[in-house]
Design a protein around this ligand. Structure first.
Ligand SMILES: [Zn+2]
Length: 60
């Protein structure tokens, strides 16, 4: 497993700590953004869609 060297699926950052979700990496910064993003924040949909792609392989 060399997933730790993957770039962040959301922001593309490399060389950062993060979690692996269904084989895709989410860096710490993005993870926190997702957790702290409110539904009324326009970014919420972006993150939500990204997570959906990761979890359900809904590539468009
Ligand atoms: Zn990121």
């Amino acid at each position: 497993m060399k997933n730790l060297n993957k770039s962040c699926f959301i922001c593309g950052a490399t060389d950062c700590d993060g979690i692996i979700l269904n084989g895709e990496k989410i860096c710490k910064a993005c993870e926190e953004k997702i957790v702290n993003t409110n539904i009324i924040n326009p970014d919420y949909d972006i993150y939500k869609d990204r997570i959906k792609i990761i979890l359900f392989n809904q590539h468009v």
